[in-house]
Design a protein around this ligand. Structure first.
Ligand code: SF4
Length: 205
């Protein structure tokens, strides 16, 4: 709806904040999406996304959402589907040359981006639209990609830790035990750790 999408652009900072809260939730739900299967979740999530974003942004479900980089103005509403700025046909009043009643989505994008915290993302060059992703859910794609990135970072940290651990063991075996202590060794160790007074044996003078 044209009026709603113009309203969103005028309040782009607020919608940016909403998305900043929403994206971590999507990633947090990765175990749920994985449990049911991302492919199985595709239809219901895409259905919800189509209706919510359709109402707010006139979303065309390109499957590769760039709203955060385009001032919350969907570039797929440009009759030429331009993803990297306006064509040379913007009218003097800022309207589209193909649809004179509509303001150019890139004029809106520029205004929306100027209100956003991450507004400078508008200068990022977007890749061409991959038409094979049309109709698919951007939300699920973001959830899967971010969750994979997090897993990769965590695995790399674990590998680094395992490496450091084996190096530490070579340097000082007692400081880096390979296995957990046997149960009968633990109470003794705890007792030793809890003792804070040093006893000094007196030597006979
Ligand atoms: S960029 Fe794509 S996914 Fe995002 S609102 Fe526009 S059509 Fe929808």
């Amino acid at each position: 709806m044209y009026t709603v999408r113009r309203f969103v652009v005028r309040h782009s900072r607020f919608f940016e904040w909403v998305y900043e809260c929403f994206e971590p939730m999507l990633v947090f739900l990765d175990p749920v999406w994985s449990r049911f299967g991302y492919n199985r979740m595709e239809r219901p999530v895409a259905f919800a996304e189509r209706h919510i974003k359709g109402l707010l942004f006139d979303c065309q479900m390109c499957g590769q959402c760039v709203l955060s980089s385009t001032g919350m103005s969907c570039p797929m509403n440009c009759p030429k589907n331009l993803r990297n700025g306006p064509c040379g046909g913007v009218r003097e009043n800022g309207h589209c040359e193909v649809k004179p009643a509509m303001k150019c989505v890139w004029v809106d994008a520029w205004e929306g981006a100027s209100r956003m915290k991450g507004g400078d993302k508008i200068s990022i060059v977007q890749p061409p639209v991959d038409r094979s992703l049309e109709g698919s859910s951007s939300w699920l794609r973001v959830a899967r990609e971010r969750a994979e990135e997090k897993r990769a970072t965590r695995d790399a940290a674990r590998e680094a830790m395992a490496e450091a651990f084996s190096e530490a063991r070579e340097e000082e075996p007692a400081a880096a035990p390979l296995a957990t202590e046997p149960p009968n060794a633990q109470p003794m160790q705890e007792a030793e750790e809890s003792t804070s007074v040093l006893t000094v044996e007196k030597t006979p003078s």
